[in-house]
Design a binder for this molecule. Structure first.
Ligand SMILES: NC(=O)C1=CN([C@@H]2O[C@H](COP(=O)(O)OP(=O)(O)OC[C@H]3O[C@@H](n4cnc5c(N)ncnc54)[C@H](O)[C@@H]3O)[C@@H](O)[C@H]2O)[C@@H](O)CC1
Ligand SMILES: [K+]
Length: 497
């Protein structure tokens, strides 16, 4: 069994705007002044702008808080480097305080009026209106300027976040202009990865502004961006002493009407490294499965008692149900029988939809390690939570007691204890029929080899995205398991390097 990984200090940690405020205060308490961090932040943005764009007129839009303070530092650096710089401030210099007031006083030129005219002639705009301190929807002059930025088609560099983007949820409050480049500090925020925020940020750079990593001790991040750094250390590579049962056996329930889905799940589970994979085929369609599968064993069964007999074999450490299973009472009973074994179980697709009328029955039955992999529609049939994707997935995990992997271009993986991971490597071509069946297989295969549900779901989602990216355009779901070996070889090389 692999011990649960700890990754509080990881570079993949995500901090909400509130946590980022805590981090800034803790950094100050540790002796890094706010002024120094603001200088570092503005300096990093100026360097990023200089690296991305050739010298050209720039308009820096500054807000009334420290995000605006960063803007003044950017303006000073670019101006010193010879760039023609205009600065427009929302509000007045007199209303600025603290570090922002100090850096504003170092800007000796006149301020441009805070109107869309300030954007005239700009070859790049630095958006430093609001960052972590956004406290309400944009309105008035701020909203007018953001709308003007949106309509100008001038490249934008956002400081910390595109102003108006809520760093916690990825939602837009009032308005936000899409940036080409976003430079954020110390750690990313969930809103950089959750849609629509992700699409508004453009390329994201994380700059080190001197925040000591030890500030994370008190904050205790419980949200991460998915990446090998979270689970590669515990990845179940085949070892010389492994034998097939040590690498677990996955039992996949085969459907009667649709036989392709569970076959893809089974093949994906074996590619992901399960020692054995058995497809449980209803007697009536056994021959279809048997002729189509070679490295996957096919066992026929009849009815719930037949299924229970297959489950009775204790070597079958992981059970995967859902792809092509069919919606209805029978699938509900198959799921209940599987959950009663208290083994690692992956529930997908029809296994979830079959409980639309009585989700509580499903939650009550979950008593062992369980991973659910709903897409939005399936999720809404079982859960009725409001909020952003992170909040909904977390609430669902807490209510059901399962690891909930809520699919999408920003897949969220949440654990009942509140931890969550946002996946960010899925290319658009992954949105193709059957790709979910493959994901269920990858996760099952990793569970079979001893990963925990949370890690298996995270690693499964990541290798799924990486396989799609590796294949490129023209992908169909069946291609995913075929390119998995290349993804695994690259991961292995990364580990060995
Ligand atoms: N030590 C620190 O705290 C550091 C902060 N940094 C920067 O500071 C930012 C956070 O600074 P703040 O906490 O001052 O917050 P912001 O500068 O993001 O915004 C807060 C200000 O905007 C006003 N405001 C919020 N929403 C508004 C709305 N919709 N319409 C009009 N006014 C609105 C608030 O009343 C307040 O005056 C970060 O995003 C980052 O860019 C960096 O300089 C690094 C160091
Ligand atoms: K901003």
């Amino acid at each position: 069994m692999i011990t649960e990984l700890k990754f509080e200090h990881s570079e993949l940690s995500l901090l909400t705007p509130t946590q980022m405020g805590d981090a800034d205060r803790a950094a100050e308490a540790a002796g890094v002044s706010g002024a120094a961090m603001m200088e570092a932040a503005g300096g990093a943005v100026a360097v990023a702008v200089g690296e991305r764009w050739q010298m050209r007129p720039v308009t820096v839009l500054c807000g009334p808080g420290n995000n605006g303070g960063d803007g003044f530092v950017v303006a000073r650096h670019l101006s010193a480097a010879g760039w023609p710089v205009k600065v427009a401030l929302l509000g007045s210099r007199e209303k600025l305080s603290g570090d922002a007031a100090r850096v504003a006083s170092m800007w000796k030129d006149e301020l441009a009026p805070f109107t869309p005219d300030s954007l005239d002639g700009a070859g790049v705009i630095v958006d430093a209106l609001f960052g972590a301190g956004l406290s309400r929807a944009l309105d008035g002059q701020a909203a007018i300027l953001v709308e003007a930025m949106k309509s100008r088609r001038v490249p934008i560099c956002a400081v910390d976040v595109p102003s108006g983007l809520d760093g916690a949820s990825g939602r837009v409050r009032g308005a936000a202009a899409p940036a080409d480049l976003t430079v954020t500090f110390f750690r990313k925020k969930p809103g950089h990865l959750l849609y629509p925020g992700r699409a508004l940020c453009g390329d994201i750079l994380v700059a080190d502004i001197g925040t000591p990593v030890s500030v994370l001790d008190a904050i205790g991040p419980n949200t991460w961006e998915n990446g090998p750094g979270l689970w590669l250390g515990g990845y179940p590579w085949p070892e010389p002493e492994s034998y097939k049962y040590k690498r677990g056996e996955v039992l996949v329930l085969g459907g009667e009407a649709i036989t392709g889905a569970s076959r893809m799940t089974a093949l994906a589970a074996s590619r992901a490294g399960a020692g054995m994979v058995t497809l449980a085929a209803p007697k009536a369609v056994w021959s279809i499965y048997a002729t189509a599968l070679t490295n996957v064993m096919v066992d026929s069964f009849e009815g719930v008692s037949g299924w229970q007999a297959l489950l009775a074999d204790k070597r079958r450490t992981v059970i995967a149900i859902g792809p092509g299973a069919g919606v209805g009472t029978l699938t509900r009973r198959y799921v209940a029988a599987a959950l009663a074994m208290k083994r690692a179980t992956v529930l997908d697709a029809d296994a979830l939809t079959s409980f639309a009328e009585a989700p509580e029955d499903l939650f009550r039955a979950i008593d062992g390690p369980c991973v659910m992999t709903p897409h939005d529609g399936e999720f809404m049939r079982l859960f009725h939570f409001e909020g952003d994707k992170l909040e909904r997935a977390r609430a669902a995990a807490r209510q059901s007691g399962a690891i909930v992997l809520l699919k999408g271009s920003d897949t969220v993986i949440a654990a009942p204890d509140g931890r969550a991971i946002i996946n960010s490597n899925a290319p658009p071509q992954l949105a193709t029929g059957g790709s979910g069946d493959v994901l269920t297989g990858f996760i099952s295969g990793l569970l079979a080899q001893g990963m925990t549900g949370f890690e298996a779901a995270a690693a499964g989602a990541w290798i799924h995205g990486a396989a799609a990216a590796e294949f490129g355009l023209g992908l169909v779901a069946e291609d995913l398991q075929g390119v998995l070996p290349r993804v695994l070889q690259k991961l292995r090389a990364q580990l060995d390097a």
